[in-house]
Design a protein around this ligand. Structure first.
Ligand SMILES: CC(C)(COP(=O)(O)OP(=O)(O)OC[C@H]1O[C@@H](n2cnc3c(N)ncnc32)[C@H](O)[C@@H]1OP(=O)(O)O)[C@@H](O)C(=O)NCCC(=O)NCCS
Length: 134
């Protein structure tokens, strides 16, 4: 089940020399959105260990309002995979379309920064669709 984890607007300082959004800036937003999704289901620090299937599908321009949707794809022993989809809302039609997509993998860590079992730190109030992935 997809949920909104982050929204914002692109400013001129967020662009590359071609005049479209700088990919690294957008990746940072995606990482933050994924980390918010992680914190919604776990009570523990977590770090990004991998990013896969990164695709920049369409250019993003200054002034665009973006919405980052996240969805928990899989829960491992110490890791969680989050699907991250960035969408832009067309100013005229209000239709949304995907501009960037990736899968972020987070590892839950303990006080010594070592991997920790997800099931020790899962929140009680998680949605049923997430509980079914445990
Ligand atoms: C994250 C970290 C603690 C993992 O330590 P590690 O010794 O590699 O841990 P493990 O090999 O036991 O792997 C831990 C989990 O990560 C997964 N993992 C490790 N590398 C991965 C990769 N490249 N892609 C996908 N998953 C990966 C493993 O499959 C395992 O998942 P599971 O327990 O659910 O099966 C360590 O790599 C680290 O500190 N990395 C730096 C993190 C960081 O600074 N991120 C950027 C800022 S947030």
């Amino acid at each position: 089940m997809k949920k909104i984890s982050l929204r914002g607007r692109v400013f001129p300082t967020d662009l590359n020399h071609a005049g479209t959004v700088f990919g690294g800036w957008l990746m940072g937003k995606m990482d933050k959105a994924a980390s918010i999704q992680i914190e919604d289901i776990l009570i523990s620090p977590a770090v990004t260990v991998a990013v896969s299937d990164m695709s920049f599908l369409r250019p993003v321009y200054s002034g665009a309002i973006f919405t980052i949707y996240t969805e928990v794809l899989a829960i491992g022993n110490t890791s969680v995979k989050v699907d991250v989809d960035v969408q832009i809302k067309c100013r005229d039609t209000h239709e949304e379309y995907s501009v960037t997509h990736a899968v972020f993998t987070f590892v839950i860590i303990d006080d010594n920064k070592r991997p920790r079992n997800v099931r020790e730190v899962i929140r009680d109030d998680i949605d049923d669709y997430i509980r079914r992935k445990l």
